[in-house]
Design a protein around this ligand. Structure first.
Ligand code: NCD
Length: 313
């Protein structure tokens, strides 16, 4: 869908085919292993602009850090002080950046359809850093990479994704990639926050189970943030009752298998979807996910630039 004659884009996880996927994981592992050394300047000459129309800490900074550590220039784009405030379209903004020599634009936007409005012919590479409720491909890559490093191959492993699935681009990209890698995915959450329509059509073929039935089956539990900013009308639960009814408490986590890992893409609503005392649990991977994100994004930008080992263009 998004391979243009001009550029390789990364708009959803399907853009990463079965040849490139293991190359990305292998490269991220290699870069991570060499991280104490000066990293190779494989992205020298690249200019990566980050256009974030929604708040972000991890995703934006890890893209910028990853670009710079491999020798690219990272250009944080200040939307509030740009001509977008003078009604310039995003399409014209992207054309303007390309004319200045920007080679890739990392875009996060509240609109599901943001990339449809940008011609696939734009003369730079587009990397999706989260569009509305639709997709967040680099988060899925870093989550799968983190899990494989801990569990080995994901065939026959069960990953429980719980919380606000309905509004989660992380869930949508993750279920596709985890199932492709052979994992069984279970969704769990408040009925109002599970995909409304057929979950097979909406978000892959995960089945849903009540949380207390699902936890004992899980090799890993991925908690998702309650996305209040996308709720219309606003959340019907008081914070404390969300945790006791649908959140991961220490008592619930104790019913998981003894090896079960805990994940969250961040940011965490403490004591809403996840009890504070679990954040630093010995089997919590929350900060490991953040660290993996830097190396996965390095590998992704090498692929986009045509210099990923094994997938050079
Ligand atoms: C997620 C996002 O923005 O989609 N965060 C992230 O990228 N680490 C999840 C969230 O905001 O809840």
């Amino acid at each position: 869908m998004s391979a243009s004659p001009l550029r390789q884009h990364l708009l959803d996880i399907e853009d990463v085919d079965d040849v490139v996927l293991p190359l990305l994981f292998a490269r991220a592992a290699q870069l991570q292993a060499g991280a104490a050394e000066p990293l190779p300047p494989t992205l020298r000459g690249q200019v990566v602009a980050t256009l974030f129309f929604e708040p972000s800490t991890r995703t934006r900074l890890s893209f910028e850090l990853a670009a710079q550590r491999l020798g690219a220039l990272a250009m944080p784009f200040d939307i509030g002080r740009s001509s977008l405030e003078k009604s310039e379209t995003l399409y014209d903004t992207v054309q303007t950046l390309a004319a200045m020599g920007v080679t890739a634009a990392v875009v996060r936007h509240r609109e599901d359809a943001v990339f449809a409005g940008l011609s696939p012919q734009v003369p730079l590479a587009l990397i999706n850093a989260g569009n509305g409720t639709q997709a967040h491909p680099t988060q899925a890559l870093l989550d799968a990479f983190t899990l494989i490093q801990q569990l080995g191959a994901l065939g026959k492993k069960t990953v429980l994704i719980c919380g606000d699935i309905l509004h989660s681009r992380v869930a949508r990209s993750n279920v596709k990639l985890l199932q492709r890698l052979g994992a069984q995915v279970i969704f769990s959450g408040p009925p109002q926050l599970l995909p409304e329509s057929d979950p097979h059509a909406a978000a892959g073929s995960a089945y849903t189970l009540p949380l207390d039935e699902a936890i004992p089956l899980a090799d890993a539990i991925m908690c998702l943030r309650v996305q209040r900013e996308r709720h219309q009308p606003s959340l019907p639960w008081a914070t404390a009752s969300y945790l006791s009814q649908y959140g991961l408490t220490a008592e619930r986590f104790a019913t998981a298998p003894p090896h079960c890992l805990l994940m969250h893409p961040g940011p965490v609503n403490r004591d809403v979807e996840l009890a504070t005392e679990l954040i630093a649990h010995p089997r919590s991977l929350i900060l490991t996910q953040v660290r993996s994100g830097v190396y996965i994004r390095m590998a992704v930008m090498e692929w986009i630039a045509g210099v990923l080992p094994g997938a050079e263009r």
